[in-house]
Write a new protein. Structure first.
Ligand SMILES: Cc1ncc(COP(=O)(O)O)c(C=O)c1O
Length: 475
């Protein structure tokens, strides 16, 4: 019987010199007897198919992506090239230190840069996301108090404006979550915080600027209060894009920090691709880091150090998402001192849009913002279109919707983060669109409710999708 190869090619076997492809290698019983029935398509057909699919997708290459809290900044194409270099991409994680000197050097240098940028004393690159960094950081806090014999410290204080991953991560480490409310300026209420402090408090988790895009002005007072109470301060560095080079978590009095490399240092976050959430700690916590940490010996050789006295153990297989580390390192080298400028531009852009939209949309916390700000669609909701409707309408103007309904303390929240990457023309285009939508809602809300009208998928029934998910591609 002829093999499928022989049938389709019309040749008796495919020969490579003396060697026939299938002969003697694959047992006769396993050889396919019938045609496989694959569609016959040219390379061009396939290319057009995938291009058409990708055209249906919205991405940062196509338009403005002001997804608050996700820092959808420009990801330089050269980063992709570097992460794909054969020596990086094909390196096997089981290779010896001797064989991996280049990768280890990059990781060591990145650790050093992150130490410098955060002001902290030691870094692990292992965590694979921001939330994973939080989990790692809180495991370190837990173990620190265990070793100190202060196991009664079972509570973690978290502001009501926090990202949901904060309470989730602390809870996963076995802590009890205590919420502290925000004051009228959208910042931690100091009196409320004081009333929560006792010998059972292990730590506070704070984001600064917080998720309202507001800088916590009382952070030094908070740090003082916490340390006097014998507690630690955890810094959620997901919003670090706002402060790079201007201040750092060490200056603000934090003990443990995570950074979202996949937001602050290119590799935009919103695509849901691989991330990296390195954790940096002060000197007294470095013996608790996950092992191994990359070090350099007296001869200038790089090695993985597993000898960490109170290590919490490994938090990820191998050493983290190496490709994201390469991108972040490239971005830091490329930017140098301009990291500071990137933060300044991000803050300027957010304030520019905020000032142009306030009044038309409600701005619950009317004050200078950092890299993002939160509007409320409450007024438009009363006129018949909720924040969800505004988000959908934006899609008809080739604009990704902002983050909506977060943070939870703002009704009908619309969280806008333009990033530093965009030109004034793009920001002005977005402002015009938002103003146009507000006017449409006043005059003809029914039309807005039909959006999105230009996307391949129109409105979906999200409740039904959540309750009865249909996960079958084709019947
Ligand atoms: C303030 C804040 N904290 C934590 C996280 C969690 O990061 P990740 O999604 O990488 O787990 C995010 C995500 O955007 C965030 O905005």
């Amino acid at each position: 019987m002829k093999t499928i190869f022989e049938k389709s090619t019309g040749v008796d076997g495919v020969s490579f010199g003396e060697c026939k492809l299938t002969e003697g290698i694959i047992p006769e019983t396993l050889l396919r007897k019938d045609l496989i029935g694959l569609p016959q398509l040219s390379e061009l057909d396939v290319m057009r198919h995938y291009k058409e699919l990708s055209d249906r997708n919205f991405c940062i290459e196509k338009g403005f992506y002001p997804l608050g809290s996700c820092t959808m900044k420009y990801n330089p194409k050269v980063n992709e090239l570097l992460a794909g270099l054969e020596g990086f991409a094909n390196l096997h994680p089981m290779q010896s230190d001797e064989d991996s000197q280049g990768a280890l050097e990059l990781m060591f240098n990145l650790q050093e840069k992150l130490k410098y940028i955060t002001g902290m004393d030691a870094v692990t690159l292992q965590p694979a996301a921001g939330a994973h960094g939080e989990l790692t950081g809180m495991m370190i806090v837990k173990k620190y108090f265990e070793v100190k014999g202060e196991t009664q410290r079972t509570k973690v204080i978290i502001p009501d404006s926090a990202h949901g991953t904060n309470p989730a991560s602390a809870k996963m480490c076995g802590f009890e979550i205590v919420e502290v409310k925000s004051n009228e300026k959208g910042q931690v209420d100091i009196d409320a915080l004081k009333s929560l402090l006792d010998e059972n408090v292990a730590a506070i988790m704070m984001t600064n600027p917080n998720t309202l895009g507001i800088f916590e002005e009382k952070v030094l007072e908070i740090s003082d209060l916490m340390h006097k109470n014998g507690s630690l301060l955890y810094y959620d560095g997901a919003n670090f894009n706002a402060i790079m080079g201007w201040t750092n978590p060490a200056l603000m009095g934090f003990d443990v920090v995570h950074l979202n490399l996949h937001k602050t240092f290119a590799t935009p976050h919103g695509g849901g691709g691989p991330g990296a959430g390195p954790v940096a700690v002060k000197e007294y916590l470095k013996e608790f880091l996950p092992s191994p940490v990359v070090k350099k010996d007296a001869d200038g050789k790089y090695y993985r150090d597993y000898d960490i006295k109170h290590t919490i153990g490994k938090v990820r297989s191998f050493y983290g998402n190496f490709g994201v580390l390469v991108r972040a390192y490239a971005y830091i080298l490329m930017m140098g001192d301009n990291l500071k400028l990137a933060s300044a531009d991000a803050v300027l852009n957010a304030n520019y849009i905020k000032e142009k939209l306030k009044g038309v949309y409600d701005l619950p916390y009317d004050q200078p913002c950092m890299h993002e700000f939160v509007l409320s669609g409450e007024k438009q909701h009363h006129q018949g279109v909720s924040t969800l409707g505004i988000a959908k309408r934006l899609m008809d103007s080739n604009c990704h919707p902002p983050t909506v309904y977060f943070p939870l303390i703002v009704h009908e929240a619309i969280m806008i983060e333009p990033t530093e990457s965009e030109s004034k023309a793009v920001l002005d285009g977005f402002i015009d669109t938002m103003l146009k939508i507000a006017k449409e809602i006043e005059e003809n809300p029914e039309e807005v409710l039909k959006s999105p009208q230009t996307t391949p998928i129109k409105r979906v029934d999200e409740t039904l999708a959540a309750r009865q998910p249909n996960l079958v591609f084709k019947e």
